[in-house]
Structure formats: C-alpha cells, structure tokens
Design a protein around this ligand. Structure first.
Ligand SMILES: Nc1ncnc2c1ncn2[C@@H]1O[C@H](COP(=O)(O)OP(=O)(O)O)[C@@H](O)[C@H]1O
Ligand SMILES: [Mg+2]
Length: 223
C-alpha cells in the first residue's frame, strides 16, 4: 500500500542543517497495523507527515498504491488525503469554539463525495467512540480521554483506508489508553491500515509490527 524508497529529509536551523530521515526504505501492506517508536526528536512526526502527504521529502520516492506522490499536484494530493487518510495529531488539535459534532464534521466539509450523507457519517463516527451524549458540547467541557476520542472520531469519519496516529495515548491514563487501543483493534479488524506512533512499548505491542526510528534510520524490532 505504501512504499518509501531512499527518503531523505533535513531541516535548516540556526545551528545548521539537521538530517532527520536518512535513506529511509519502508513499506506497509494494506491492512497492516504498524507501530513506530523512537525517542523525542527522532523524526517520528516528520515521517508521519511525509506519509500523510502533509510534508514532502527532500529526496526519494513515495508510492501510495499505484500513485507516485512526488508527481501529484496539490489538488490531487488533497483529494487523496481527504479520501484515503485519517489523522490523529499530537495533543488532539480540536477547534475550541466548535461543538464536538462540528469538529467531527470538519474533514467532510471540503469533500464532495461525502456531502449528501454527511450527518449520518458524523453520527456514526461519534457513536463508535461512545460520545453521542456529548455531541453538542465544546471540547473544553470534555476530559482528556474524551477529547482524544473526539479526535479519533474526526480521523475516521471519512472511513479512511489509512489511519495515522501520532502518540494518541501519550497524555492518557491506563483506562483511556485501553479504550483508544480497543478502538484501533476494531478498526484493524475492519481492514483499516494503521500507523501508530508511540514511545510506549506496551502500546506498541498491540500492533503486529514495530519499527524503531533512531539516528534517521528505521529498523524493525521485536518487542
Ligand atoms: N518544521 C521544522 N523546522 C525545523 N526543524 C524541524 C521542523 N520539524 C521538526 N524539526 C526538527 O526535526 C527533528 C525531528 O522532529 P519530529 O519529527 O517532530 O520528532 P519526534 O516526533 O520524533 O519527536 C527535531 O530535531 C525537530 O526539532
Ligand atoms: Mg512528534
């Protein structure tokens, strides 16, 4: 489903050029559940953004199914992202002045494909994370675990083939972590491909495969 070959990414700062991803080769099959681990600053979010087509690599090739990402126009990339991918960002990233219902609807607003049955999909996504009673509330009225469930509902409302989650349990207690991981297990059962970024080995164990990002290089590890 995803093939990265020879991916390089560096950032320039006052301190000079920092090579974040070095010669990265990596592929994921449809339906796989993969965890990516690595210490803070090792480039996990950068890699997720490249896979999510939110950032581009400096060199190398990225293929998503039969599409060569490097050659797609901005419009085509946006369409691919809207139709195929769901994102759970670090720290929820909910819009504070919108209700839970409106937050979850956001990914569908620019998406013609979903326009007609929009309300039905939003309800379904909110129900799947067990928050139907909170639909009209604002994010600040929810607990951390509930906010993360809203972020997951927003990520799956377009029924993505690929779910990208950046440390989704990083700030959660054990009970909420378990709740979120069970949702991911269900999605995986339904055939969704999942990439889960985490620094917690217990969380990573829920995936089928774990990769470790270190020194700009990604390696398969056994937990
Ligand atoms: N937009 C950016 N501009 C400059 N440097 C960046 C940018 N994004 C990330 N970096 C740097 O790249 C490295 C990897 O960052 P990141 O991918 O966020 O790591 P992680 O998610 O593993 O903590 C860090 O040293 C970070 O400071
Ligand atoms: Mg990060």
């Amino acid at each position: 489903m995803i093939t990265l070959s020879n991916i390089h990414k560096s950032y320039r700062s006052a301190a000079g050029k920092e090579l974040v991803l070095k010669n990265l080769d990596f592929s994921i099959d449809k339906g796989e559940y993969v965890a990516i681990m690595g210490s803070s600053g090792s480039g996990k979010s950068t890699l997720m953004n490249i896979i999510g087509t939110l950032e581009t690599a400096d060199a190398g090739e990225y293929r998503y199914e039969d599409r060569r990402i490097n050659t797609l126009s901005k419009g085509k990339l946006t369409q691919l992202r809207n139709e195929q991918m769901g994102f759970v960002f670090q720290n929820f990233q909910l819009i504070p002045n919108l209700s839970i219902y409106q937050n979850v609807m956001l990914p569908l607003i620019y998406n013609r494909k979903w326009f007609i049955r929009k309300k039905e999909y939003v309800r379904k996504a909110i129900e799947s994370v067990g928050l139907q009673a909170k639909m009209r509330q604002k994010p600040h009225q929810l607990s951390g675990g509930q906010k993360q469930r809203v972020a997951i509902a927003r990520a799956i409302v377009n029924e993505p083939a690929l779910l990208l989650a950046d440390e989704p349990t990083g700030s959660l207690d054990e009970e909420n972590t378990e709740f979120i991981l069970n949702i991911f297990d269900d999605l995986h059962q339904k055939g969704v491909t999942i990439i889960l970024i985490t620094h917690d080995a217990e969380v990573a164990k829920r995936a089928q495969r774990t990769m470790m990002l270190k020194g700009g290089v990604l390696k398969e590890v056994q937990l």
